[in-house]
Design a protein around this ligand. Sequence first.
Ligand code: ADP
Length: 494
Amino acid sequence: MKEYIMALDQGTTSSRCILFDKSGNICSMAQKEFTQIYPQPGWVEHNPKEIISTQFEVARMAMRKIYATAENICSIGITNQRETTVVWNKNTGEPVYNAIVWQCRRSADRIKGMDETVKEAIRNKTGLVPDAYFSASKIEWILDNVEGARQMAQNGELLFGTIDTWIVWNLTKGKLHITDYTNASRTMLFDINRLCWDNELLEYFHVPQSMLPTVVSSSDVYGVTDKEILGDEIVISGIAGDQQAALFGQCCFEEGDAKNTYGTGCFLLINTGDKRIESKHGLVTTLAAGTNADKPQYALEGSVFIGGAAIQWLRDEMKLIDNAADSLICARAVDDTAGVYIVPAFTGLGAPYWKPYCKGTVTGITRGCTKNHFVRATLESVAYHSNDLIKAMKEDAAGGINSLRVDGGACANDFLMQFQADISETTVVRPSCIETTALGAAYLAGLATGYYESTQDIRMNASVNKSFIPAMEKDKRQELLSGWDKAINCALSY
Ligand code: ADP
């Protein structure tokens, strides 16, 4: 009778629901965008209630589309935009403020003003590079700036949650206040060595312990939905932050397995097994999604701020292409970039450079440079920058990278994927199902209930759409990479 696993995929711009069958095929999907709120430059908020209403609505829509009822849903897995922070009243369920989104920079000065010893403690305990991006300073901001919030928090009347926590709390009508390891590891309050909330950091950010959710494994039977929400009770049994869910959905279960998501930005994660590796190149350490609560796996993570967004820029601002897919035709129309390099550091550079204020740069233009060269150089930049992270990961994780699994909108571009394989000297594998984030949440949920017996069972589902084998000669690669290094140095010197 039970045929599907429901993945609730709560993203930054939309709420989605996918129903998967046992083989990992998409049987139904529904998606709804919600409002982005920009109260001031650099501030980003969401309405927590709209997050819930859109998420529940798409769940019902996805079921309706294929005439599924609660009886047909084996269990629910949740994956979510990470770090985004909600604080609500425990008794009424009313949020005391909008959700402060991961992109929001409102607490950047707070982080900038911290002394080096605290920053060092944060790096050691949480594996993160101290930043306003993570939840800690967002919670503090709400308690300090919303009238009465601090007092209520001290009285034990407020709860904090990342979006997974907020969804589960609403799905269970307040019965469960939980988060999983992957989400906890992005709050900047969780000790990833001892696997517990860290009292010193809680004190430092003035966050009362009573607000915090219980931390659970990413795959376990946590409870059931309230029966009014989806027609009957449904088991909730998987939770993971979006990037860790994608790592799991890509079957990166073993040490050395890595994935890169080519979306607006690129997110590269490598599973480092049960070892916490401290990066020497500015990558962050984070907890990966796994099925063993006592022995979680670790990952190294790095991101490229402008990935597919560079292609959007070619389309929307430069008006060089009509749609993203045309970039492939332009790139293939020429043999190379005629020496042109583009570093699209529109919002500064992240790992391994960490130069937040540098700007985009174009180098090597000569009279013969055409639109096609320019487009090709932009596509190549996505691969070069991802390669900087791959190189850092290869150096940090002594075992190197087994192969690079890819997903996200821009992985559809064969030119980009082949160039990535060539420049990184790593095989790039594109799976048939590129909805890996939702798939990861579904797999975690299915493993907890016995729908899948083991990760081996899941591996059987993994089918490859295309593999890209490195084919560039070493000298050529060195020559191209040295051009990229020069271009990066120009951007860094801005
Ligand atoms: P997000 O989840 O961050 O919104 P998606 O995974 O949906 O992103 O991917 C969208 C991004 O991928 C856009 O920035 C777009 O420019 C880029 N993109 C989509 N198709 C292609 C393509 N064929 N070639 C290059 N880039 C592409």
